[in-house]
Design a protein around this ligand. Structure first.
Ligand SMILES: [Zn+2]
Length: 247
């Protein structure tokens, strides 16, 4: 029986004899436990897929921390400070853009990191996930001093003052339907990422806005990666440890 993911399975078949393709998974915008988050956690557990959950520090609290505690596949990273937009109307949204004094932005980021370190003493990874995947390049050099060990945005990794752990395939069609992107388009992006030879392909999800298509695709992708000898998952902490060695 043919499946929309056959093209990806075929691409992975070609990898099976060599090193398996490495995938990692980031999900954004968690604040409190929700049914959507439970659905994501169930998928992660059933396919043994590690997930980096980007948590918005200011509005979150102990409810989410208690809910995520004791789940070894789940790592938490700070998603900016409060996911508020400071860019002028008509320009791309950004919390960490050049629109405010760097000192103020860095103070907020340090506050957010410290708050999550207290809430997640075991599960926190000091990886900054900028809201809207945007950050003023001039801030990056100061992130290590603010306690961060890596940066995670969207798109190919570029040389920077801090190791990058980026996502490359976004499940959502933000500028079109607002729902999950079509399977054929997602598969084509993943196959293209495989052809680029990335050391790890980052899958980006947003549990709060998934429709049936996004959930179905995620389920199928996670099942394929879990069961295919040409693919394997890596956790964000494992990838971070590798990248710190190579920088
Ligand atoms: Zn976000």
């Amino acid at each position: 029986m043919s499946s929309p993911l056959d093209a990806l399975a075929a691409a992975l078949d070609r990898r099976a004899a060599k090193d398996p393709a490495v995938f990692w998974w980031r999900d954004d915008d968690a604040v409190i436990p929700t049914p959507a988050l439970d659905r994501l956690l169930a998928l992660s557990a059933s396919h043994a897929a590690p997930c980096l959950v980007a948590v918005i520090p200011k509005p979150t609290g102990p409810d989410l921390a208690a809910h995520l505690a004791g789940r070894p596949l789940i790592t938490v990273a700070p998603h900016g400070w409060q996911h508020s937009n400071h860019a002028p109307p008509g320009t791309k949204k950004a919390e960490l853009g050049p629109h405010r004094p760097a000192k103020l932005v860095l103070e907020e980021l340090s506050l957010g990191l410290a708050k999550l370190q207290t809430l997640y003493p075991v599960q926190l990874a000091p990886i900054l996930v900028p809201p809207w995947n945007r950050i003023d390049p001039d801030l990056i050099g100061a992130l290590h001093g603010a306690g961060f060990q890596a940066l995670s945005v969207y798109g190919p990794e570029r040389p920077a003052a801090l190791p990058s752990l980026n996502t490359h395939v976004d499940l959502m069609d933000w500028h079109g339907t607002g729902g999950g992107r079509a399977t054929a388009s997602l598969v084509s992006d993943i196959v293209a990422a495989l052809d680029l030879g990335l050391s790890a392909i980052g899958i980006l999800s947003h549990h709060l806005v998934h429709d049936a298509q996004a959930w179905d695709f995620l389920d199928q992708l996670l099942a394929l990666i879990a069961g295919h000898p040409g693919a394997r998952w890596a956790s964000a902490p494992d990838l971070l440890a590798q990248r710190r060695q190579t920088v």
